[in-house]
Write a protein that binds this ligand. Sequence first.
Ligand code: GLU
Length: 369
Amino acid sequence: MTEHLQAIIDSVRDHDSGELADYIDVLKHADPDKLALAMCTTDGHLYAVGDADYEFSIQSISKPFVYALALDMYGPEEVHAHVGVEPSGEAFNKLSLDDDGRPANPLINAGAITVNQLIGGPDIPVEQRSEKLRDYFSRLAGRELTVDERVLDSELDAADRNKAFAHMLREAGTISDDAHDAVASYIAQCAVLVTVKDLAVMAATLAAGGKQPVTGERVVSAEAARLAQAVMVSSGMYDASGQWMVNVGIPAKSGVAGGLIGTLPGQLGIASLSPRLNKQGNSVRGVKIFRELSSSMGLNMLSSNFFVAPGIRRIERRDDADIVELQGMINFTNAEKILRGLTKNRVYTKTSALYRRDSPNLSSGNTRT
Ligand code: GLU
């Protein structure tokens, strides 16, 4: 697993196209060469390669998680009275209000500012709401996360557009908090520091229906996790979301610090980091990594090969050989489970030919299947 993930990041390492986000001073000076990838299964196994302990700001990747929290606090009907679930077809920093004055979805900035305001209601002080969200992200990651005050201050200095959104949302009656406070608490949510390991575990929590796979804590309901992933499908990659589903087929969310998460419902959370962005604001090497992951490991959710078989049915020793009974098409998630099971049972396998790009079948190696 680790070797395969390492090979994928090595294959994109030399691509240096794209630009750092320049409207936030701290991001403009980030190290553009950082590169990391992590994957967490819904039963809590974490694999990570590259700069996997490097911390960066979560930015827009916070949005589907805060949407899930709001859904659990108020229920879908109330939340959807404030924000829609349709792709806007426009950039994240466009206002995109529908005929009822609601932002198109919770993943564009106007929608995320609106959803942020729901947490704790309009009367809660900015610091209290920010602390509530920092604590919530920490439970999702399974460790204490912090807010990067430098990112927070430098984004507040450049927040005219977000403040303009907040004023227009107030004017439309969508939020009632003071516009500057609304933006301050939204920006604090974006300035929480994470690693790709944290993000992979957070993504795996959504994929696992809201139960954090490492700590076992139910952080959000299964329904909220499902809705969050639904908007990630339609709007997670800004105005490149359609192209993303065509090429990759994984619910996803990107952020302007270069992070990118993907969820495979019931199976996996994935996260990458590479700070240079394409013109839609998505990480250039992150997009390449996910395309390669999806094709080499058979992860496309919309592919007809994509279904989950139970993995190992039975292992028995007969005539000096281990007989391993497997069932169904072996996709990536099953292969990972099977290899872990075989390792645990000390069955010797040759794993190098496990995948073929066109047909993810398990090779027989020294194990008869
Ligand atoms: N805090 C950023 C902003 O509001 C988030 C944008 C993003 O990651 O897409 O501009």
